[in-house]
Write a protein that binds this ligand. Structure first.
Ligand code: NAD
Ligand code: MG
Length: 405
């Protein structure tokens, strides 16, 4: 048994909390050396008290100061840092071997890259890193001898269903296709003309999974599955045509690999992120994760359907961005983040999310990616275009409301 020293990036989020739940079950296997959060001081303080890390990082400087005074008052030997530099510092500490990348969105890119550059075992939940900078990130992993283990449940399932020594070449492994399952989210059966009116609360009430707000909205639009297609492309070397999305409302099969001999290998489990997190933490071993066994007699039926691209235009937009290549997926990701934030802030209706993204993909030109700067520039350009569209469409919808009165 190897003792692993961990940094958990985004420890106060849904994946971060599930990670610490698994870690706490195995004190002999894991030491938490660093925890990070954006601005939730109380939650990070609680985690510091429970896990006694060497470092605690808050992105927000004022939050870091508040945490520092709490830590000082208790005379704890924990160094408090802040900002992007602090995140990158704890992602590359010499004293750690494993980084759980569980920050949400583009904010996770730099610290996750820093972990890869330092040759760590990178347990990747932050799919946006691969969407924005897939080639760059995969090259960094290879060049610096890092190990990449997917936490996203579908990719963790595919990782489990591929041959153990999978080299990145599907044809050589005898694989025909990857079957990426999707629940279809909370609006799979909602009448199309009611989608305009759905609220953030409804969008965040996922039928099977409890997750952060951004990925919950992504699941409701199925952009999450689009991002996962791009994630699978980079992780497993699969062309867009080799990745088939399969609607599977029960979320029991977490994905499948179809081989040329007709075999299909699936990974099943209850929808609980502690299973893929535990597998990534302990790979190649297996550890107890606190997850109850699948009760096949209770589940009884598994259903499958093809995705409805009229209902879920975000899925097509993601395939389109992947095929465009270069900065296309980074533009898609940035536009989506602005759209989701705006929907959560009740500034845009749900159905405006794909409209905004389509507009941005059509206006911001796709460029080749030579460096991280190219990715960050595309991200900025796409956000600017998205905010401009939002301002104009906001005015237009206010005008139409006034006209109706
Ligand atoms: P969340 O919103 O619950 O948590 C996000 C974490 O990131 C928090 O700790 C927060 O403090 C931190 N954070 C947010 N913005 C930050 C910023 N600008 N800088 C630094 N830290 C910041 O999100 P989540 O649901 O845990 O998702 C995390 C990642 O894992 C996402 O990329 C998501 O797509 C992926 N993922 C989540 C699930 C799930 O079940 N929740 C499943 C698969 C993949
Ligand atoms: Mg997933």
């Amino acid at each position: 048994m190897i003792l692993r020293n961990l940094t958990v990036l985004g420890s106060t989020g849904s994946i971060g909390v599930s990670t610490l739940d698994v870690v706490a079950r195995h004190p002999e296997r894991f030491r938490v050396k660093a925890l990070t959060a954006q601005n939730r001081v109380e939650r990070l303080l609680e985690q510091c008290l429970a896990f006694q890390p060497e470092y605690a990082v808050m992105l927000d400087r004022a939050s870091a100061e508040r945490l520092q005074s709490e830590i000082s008052a208790r005379r704890l030997p924990i160094r408090v840092l802040s900002g992007q530099d602090g995140l990158e510092f704890v992602a590359s500490l010499p004293g750690i071997d494993t980084v759980v990348a569980a920050i949400v969105g583009a904010a996770g890119l730099r610290p996750t890259l820093a972990a890869a550059r330092s040759g760590k075992r990178v347990l990747l939940a932050n799919k946006e890193t691969l969407v924005m900078a897939g080639r760059l990130f995969m090259d960094t992993v290879r060049e610096h001898g890092a190990t990449l283990l997917p936490i996203d449940s579908e990719h963790n399932a595919i990782f489990q269903a591929l041959p153990p020594a999978y080299s990145g070449d599907l044809a050589q492994a005898g694989v025909r296709r990857i079957l990426l399952t999707a629940s279809g989210g909370p609006f799979r059966n909602t009448p199309l003309d009611a989608l305009d009116q759905v609220t953030p609360e409804q969008a965040c009430a996922h039928p099977n999974w409890v997750m952060g707000r951004k990925i919950s909205v992504d699941s409701a639009t199925m952009m999450n599955k689009g991002l996962e297609v791009i994630e699978a492309h980079w992780l497993f070397g699969a062309a867009a045509e080799q990745i088939q999305v399969v609607i599977h409302p029960q979320s029991v099969i977490h994905s499948m690999v179809e081989y040329v001999d007709g075999s299909v290998i699936a990974q099943l489990g209850n929808p609980d992120m502690r299973t893929p997190i535990a597998y990534a933490l302990s790979f190649p071993e297996r550890i107890e994760a606190g997850v109850s066994p699948v009760d096949l007699f209770r589940i009884a039926t598994l259903n499958f359907d093809s995705p409805d691209l009229v209902r879920f235009p975000c899925l097509s937009l993601a395939y389109q961005a992947l095929k465009a290549g270069g900065t296309g997926p980074a533009i898609l990701n940035a536009a989506n983040e602005v759209a989701v934030d705006s929907f959560l802030a009740r500034e845009l209706p749900f159905t405006a999310i794909p409209r905004l993204i389509e507009h941005v993909l059509g206006t911001v030109g796709t460029e080749p990616v030579r460096s991280l700067d190219d990715v960050l520039q595309a991200d900025r350009n796409a956000r600017a275009a998205a905010l401009e569209w939002r301002a104009l469409s906001g005015k237009a919808s206010r005008a139409s409301v006034t006209a109706r009165k």
